[in-house]
Design a protein around this ligand. Structure first.
Ligand code: HEC
Length: 536
């Protein structure tokens, strides 16, 4: 070991400009992270002579990972993916430029390695124009430049996996704990949407007009594959790999998990495949590029409760009792809230809800003190098992809105349970109805029944966003670009907000929804007991 180390050290000493790894890996580091071949941070001189360094100076920071560019404030970062720079014959097209009436960017640059190199160093482009100083100037040495140019040559040069002639392949994943009727419900919705999409596309193809108009749409047929996982969670990764080997897909879209399903998340990250808006009951991922979620489910509910306690919106109790089912979900969500309670110096303990200690739990609820607070991570089956219950006047019980609404299509508490509160990570009904107007027209238009508002609207909105994103991509079908477009669309307003209160996504924000309310139920109505709580 020591010997090897000495050898490498000597080698570096004698050849200081040597590049470790191949040009592409080194070029990728430079492009995406602003790391030079020798490990030092990339430095560029930007607008007003400002020095940018490391990640700030990285090309991807402005031109994005896909190289397809984008708009930030007033600045337009042009696409610099391979076919936009090195393709003098065929003009490359994208819909990004805000100064064009239809947002269209057409490039037929005749960059070669030499004038590209001098452009990056001096800011004078292929036609002799000095470009906007927002584009930094980089004094790169030949080694770094060579690897960067090699990287640009292959950047988004070929369509991603899952794109076949005339077809775009997607998958929807269900983990095995999801019941058959829920799977059927979501599959039916997806199949109906896809059928309508494909028939619109074939009309669009027939009516394709000349000129730029035709560019507004990518006209491939969508093909959806349903990946239904089976058995133990330890085997899910292999099942996903097998499915993907049989039919590579461009993205995973929609899908449902009622159990923690980290392996699906990891699969998407490993394959650099967008995973758009899987409805998950629980997710506590901290790093994600390819997974975008509407909500992290019960994990958000735990955070909202903790935020409410911290800010005083919810009166601080002396002690918290968490009641949960005997499964991984229960263990993980109680740990998640437990950590937050620790940092608030609130004592707490957990109670498992199963047939053996049903009466103990009932007794606990029966004799609650006003200084206690109960969080019941209970679904409808658990509530039914607890049955009719007598609760003291001062009892404070909170249920998880994600769990009840996502899993059970829950509408309201009845009987004595009306004393309970719901952590409600959704927009309040009146406003939500406006946000969901296109969903409800679609449901009614198709004579479908809205059985589960959360899952069905999540699914519908995710397909709507996919449709918008793919249309805007024209023929630039790259997985990274899909993620970037979807990030933008969420900010475009109401139509894409679904159930949620002001959701948004960004280069680092992967869970669109971060807020909710505390609500209670009167005989017929839902009443908000708090202002909007934004997760800390
Ligand atoms: C801070 C944002 C920013 C960063 C970082 C950045 N660029 Fe740019 N880049 C721009 C803008 C803005 C333009 C458009 C300038 C113009 O056309 O006037 C541009 C234009 C370009 C062009 C096209 C010039 C032309 O002829 O139209 C190339 C090529 C380019 N950048 C490459 C790179 C590379 C390679 C890196 C990383 C080493 C990089 N850029 C980093 C903002 C940036």
């Amino acid at each position: 070991m020591l010997k090897k180390f000495t050898l490498v050290a000597l080698f570096v000493f004698h050849f200081p400009s040597v590049v470790f790894g191949d040009d592409l890996t080194v070029g990728k580091q430079l492009y995406e992270k602003g790391i030079l071949p020798n490990g030092a941070p990339l430095v560029g001189i930007g607008a007003s002579g400002l020095t940018l360094s490391g990640q700030e100076a990285a090309c991807a920071n402005c031109h994005r990972l896909s190289g397809m560019g984008g708009v930030e404030g007033k600045a337009f970062m042009p696409p610099i993916a391979s076919h936009f720079l090195f393709n003098p014959r065929e003009p490359a097209l994208a819909v990004t430029d805000p100064s064009h009436p239809m947002g269209i960017t057409v490039k037929s640059h005749a960059y070669g390695d030499d004038n590209l190199t001098s452009m990056i160093r001096t800011g004078i482009n292929f036609e002799g124009r000095t470009v906007n100083p927002v584009m930094p100037r980089y004094a790169l040495d030949d080694v770094a430049m060579k690897s960067l140019v090699a990287y640009l040559h292959q950047l988004s040069a070929t369509p991603s996996k899952g794109v076949t002639p005339g077809e775009l392949h997607f998958a929807t994943v269900f983990t095995p704990e999801v019941d058959e009727s829920t799977k059927r419900l979501i599959k039916n919705d997806i199949e109906a949407f896809v059928q309508q999409h494909n028939s619109n596309m074939s009309t669009a193809k027939r009516h394709r007009r000349i000129g730029f108009d035709r560019l507004r749409r990518e006209t491939s047929n969508w093909v959806f594959h349903f990946w239904e996982l089976k058995g133990e969670s330890s085997t899910w990764t292999n099942q996903l790999e097998d499915y993907y080997k049989q039919q590579p897909v461009f993205a995973l879209v929609s899908g449902v998990s009622f159990a923690p399903a980290d392996s699906v998340h990891d699969f998407c990250e490993n394959h650099q495949t967008p995973c758009l808006f899987r409805s998950v009951l629980f997710s506590a991922q901290t790093t994600s590029r390819y997974n975008l979620y509407f909500s992290k489910g019960m994990s958000l509910d735990a955070h909202l409760l903790a935020t409410g306690l911290k800010s005083g919106v919810i009166k601080k109790p002396k002690h918290v009792i968490q009641i949960h089912s005997e499964n991984v979900l229960g263990e993980r969500v109680t740990a998640e809230l437990g950590n937050r309670l620790d940092s608030l110096n609130i004592t707490h303990h957990n109670m498992v809800l199963n047939a053996d200690n049903l009466s103990v739990v009932r007794q606990t609820l029966h004799s609650l003190k006003s200084t206690d607070l109960v969080v019941c991570w209970c679904d409808q089956t658990d509530i039914d098992a607890l049955g009719k219950i007598s609760l003291p006047k001062e009892a404070r019980i909170y249920f998880s809105g994600s769990l009840l609404m996502m899993k059970n299509g829950f509408k309201q508490f009845t009987g004595n349970w009306q004393k309970a509160r719901l952590i409600y990570p959704y927009e309040l009904p009146e406003k939500r109805l406006r946000q969901l107007s296109s969903f409800y027209s679609w449901v009614i238009g198709n004579q479908f029944k809205p059985v589960n508002e959360v899952l069905q609207s999540d699914t519908y909105i995710s397909l709507l966003i996919l449709q918008e994103a793919i249309a805007e991509m024209v023929d630039n079908l790259y997985k990274d670009y899909l993620v970037e477009r979807v990030e933008n669309i969420m900010g475009m307003g109401f139509d894409y907000w679904g159930m949620y209160s002001r959701p948004s996504l960004g280069p680092v924000e992967r869970y669109a929804n971060r807020s909710g309310y505390i609500v209670k139920f009167t005989a017929k109505q839902l009443v908000a007991e708090s202002d909007r709580i934004v997760e800390e």
